[in-house]
Write a protein that binds this ligand. Sequence first.
Ligand SMILES: NC(=O)c1ccc[n+]([C@@H]2O[C@H](COP(=O)([O-])OP(=O)(O)OC[C@H]3O[C@@H](n4cnc5c(N)ncnc54)[C@H](OP(=O)(O)O)[C@@H]3O)[C@@H](O)[C@H]2O)c1
Length: 234
Amino acid sequence: MSKTAIVTGASRGLGLELARALAARDWALAIDARRPGPLEAARAELESATPVIAVAGDVRDSAHLTQLVDEAGRLGPISAVINNASLLGPSPQPPLGTYPLSALREVYEANVFAPLRLMQIALPRLEQGARIINVTSDAGVESYEGWGGYGSSKAALEQLTNVFAAEHPELRVYWVDPGDMRTQMQREAFPGEDISDRPPPSDSVPGFLTLLEADLPSGRYRASDLPATQEVRS
Ligand SMILES: NC(=O)c1ccc[n+]([C@@H]2O[C@H](COP(=O)([O-])OP(=O)(O)OC[C@H]3O[C@@H](n4cnc5c(N)ncnc54)[C@H](OP(=O)(O)O)[C@@H]3O)[C@@H](O)[C@H]2O)c1
């Protein structure tokens, strides 16, 4: 029987590349994004390879997350949850000295509370040994000027995932820095700058596949440090 993964934010960027790779490996998929048009385009593409359910909505909406988990459960036991959707916040990013707290609250809703809520809702439906992957960032551990809002939200996500992993030894729980990627978020982070030197998000995918297909211990990983699945197995 094929495995089922929930991938949030799968209409473009890293989420779409992860969904494409999983579809090619026969994983059934439940995906989301806020805007229905791009999400439906992704669903239509992925559907040629695998069963896929797309639920348009905002990860900050708990009812949406419940619907996403319910729909995923209709595809089969849930083997993986990938919290990929994320909010950069204002662009350009303000320094912390003037960061509007209302905007910061939105960033934390999307990057901290939403991933935890999805883990909470999915927990009773996860099969033994299921993978949880929370996508974080080097901005969660480094002190880049201007990255205090987004970066601190990713730091909170990292530690929250760290503790969740300790509380759930029956699962494999990963927090993963995907590395710089040439995506819309990267364009928002560096408005007006040429970002063509950043690698495409597909370059980060093999590391995620290793976490999904091998049996590495729970913990923090950088996608670029992970060997391909075949190398882990041989
Ligand atoms: N790009 C980088 O260089 C980089 C570096 C380090 C870490 N990351 C992390 O990598 C992950 C993927 O980033 P990316 O660069 O691929 O981003 P992206 O290109 O901006 O794509 C984000 C995806 O998430 C969806 N999304 C955004 N907010 C959402 C919400 N509130 N509810 C539901 N869906 C939402 C977007 O669709 P809608 O807009 O239609 O909702 C889109 O499908 C993120 O966790 C990011 O923090 C990225």
